[in-house]
Design a protein around this ligand. Structure first.
Ligand code: SAH
Ligand code: SF4
Ligand code: F3S
Length: 457
């Protein structure tokens, strides 16, 4: 593009909320927009278009976006030609209600309609509001090469599937993301290879339930010789791991009901597949898990943890816990605490149950645990996890880990930081090491959030 064209180009500012999948989607959006001539800016004040990629998982996730929309309104007051678009899960959930609620919104686009963004923006340009919230059974954006918005150039996300078929009773995701579909493995490998060639050293394969990844090529007009191949998650992992031993592979999220020993054996076979499983438990009580329609019991979950411990002795395990779900008693809550202690999680994301419209729980189960009790239980869970996380870090003192360097420490330019295979952040003196290096670091100390050590040759 020459300079005059650049000056004429509209500038896009993208803001992202929610899970890693939304982060990956914003990179798809950036790609679609760039291909039709828009330039990405990091300065909201020079934007011609603001797109906010939103999350609906809990009510407070949506509140945050409403707050941002008020800020955008102030910007638009000074710059009436500014276009404001809401995209992602909240766009899908609220549809035209968003435009009715906030007049400053010009554009509403759901997660499966990003290809239509340039066309919709033309509609907006002609003075109309534009909306596309059609969900798709096929869309995986397989052919779109994401524009990497992260700055480190070392680690990147790759979406391997979209949507979810599980219908956990509390969850909005199946409603805002549609049914589950797996992406063509060849396009996943090609994207990973391309990243590796560009110097990336770590990729994270993303899906709401990676263990149910399932690609059947016979339905997809594959060339002769390739017909009839079925690729499950374990095989996909292996294919990606084979790209290069110096490309690290991570993945998220594993689902306790579907996580197979085969996946664990594949992890054990390839040292570049990181020793970390994020296995959301949600609750330690079988009674609550049943109400949540999670598809497993406490015993089943423990069996999966035992399988991890047996097949991958050095594997870190993290989780998501939700407290205060419908009917949760003090005893159910204690079951969650005891499960956490049993598993010894390395870290956890912990939430209060937030009722979401349309879900099975909102239609059939009372949100009957008081806010006060939810808060009390959440603090107990957070406190317990605090001590487990500390224990997990103290257990690493004296050990040597291979760390992939991601950047310079925020606290000191003489220190680097990176992660070990177990996904723990490690900080150590810079010496002659640089970003993208694999460094063996001996752990000598730790804080509540990081391991501290020194690089060894
Ligand atoms: N697909 C992943 C979870 C995606 S949502 C899985 O099945 O594990 C991320 C986390 O948000 C969930 O694990 C759950 O702990 C939390 N969450 C989902 N719906 C919620 C709700 N209605 N209220 C509070 N937390 C919720
Ligand atoms: Fe939601 Fe359950 Fe699907 Fe996870 S598996 S996204 S919690 S419905
Ligand atoms: Fe939120 Fe949508 Fe992810 S609801 S958690 S951004 S799939």
């Amino acid at each position: 593009m020459d300079n005059t064209k650049l000056e004429l180009s509209q500038k896009l500012y993208l803001e992202t909320y929610g899970c890693q999948m939304n982060v990956a989607d914003s990179e798809i959006v950036a790609s679609v927009m760039r291909d039709s001539g828009y330039v990405i800016t990091e300065d909201i004040n020079e934007a011609d278009i603001i797109l906010v990629n939103t999350c609906s998982i809990r009510e407070n996730a949506e509140q945050r976006v409403w707050g941002r929309l008020d800020v955008f309104k102030q910007i638009k007051k000074k710059k009436p030609e500014l276009t404001v678009g809401v995209i992602g899960c909240m766009a899908e959930r609220l549809k035209e209600k968003l435009i009715e609620e906030k007049k400053i919104i010009d554009l509403v686009v759901g997660p499966d309609a990003y290809r239509s963004l340039p066309e919709l923006l033309e509609t907006v340009e002609s003075g109309q509001k534009a909306i596309n919230v059609i969900l798709s059974k096929e869309e995986t954006y397989a052919d779109i090469s994401p524009v990497r918005l992260d700055k480190n150039g070392i680690s990147a996300f790759i979406s391997i599937m979209r949507g979810c078929n599980n219908m956990c009773s509390y969850c909005i995701v199946p409603y805002v993301r549609g049914g589950e579909r797996s992406r063509n493995p060849q396009s996943i490998i090609a994207e990973a290879e391309d990243l590796f060639q560009k110097g990336y050293k770590e990729i994270t394969l993303l899906g709401q339930n990676v263990d149910s990844y399932n690609w059947e090529s016979e339905n997809k007009n594959q060339p002769a010789g390739k017909q009839g191949e079925t690729v499950k998650f374990a095989q996909l992992l292996e294919k990606v791991a084979k790209i290069s031993p110096s490309l690290r592979i991570r993945f998220s999220t594993s689902h306790p009901k579907d996580m197979s020993d085969e996946v664990l054996f594949t992890m054990a076979m390839y040292t570049n597949i990181c020793n970390h499983v994020h296995l959301p438990a949600q609750s330690g009580s079988t009674e609550i898990l049943e109400k949540m329609k999670r598809g497993y019991s406490r015993e089943w979950y423990i069996d999966r943890i035992n399988a991890i411990r047996k097949i991958l002795p050095d594997c870190a395990v993290s989780t998501d816990i939700m407290t205060g779900f419908s009917g949760e008693t003090e005893e159910n809550h204690k079951d969650t605490l005891s499960l956490m202690t049993f598993v010894n999680y390395d870290y956890a994301f912990m939430f209060k149950y937030s009722e979401r419209p349309k879900t099975y729980a909102s239609r059939h189960l009372k949100d009957d645990v008081t806010e006060e009790i939810k808060s009390k239980r959440l603090s107990e869970i957070i406190e317990l996890q605090g001590s487990l996380s500390e224990k997990s870090k103290k257990a690493d003192l004296g050990k040597v880990f291979e760390v992939l360097v991601e950047g310079t420490s925020k606290k000191s330019k003489d220190q680097l930081f990176g992660r070990n295979s177990q996904n723990k952040v490690v900080v150590f003196p810079k010496q002659d090491f640089k970003i993208g290096d694999y460094v063996f670091v001996k752990v000598t100390d730790c804080t509540s959030a990081t391991l501290i050590g020194k690089g060894i040759d």
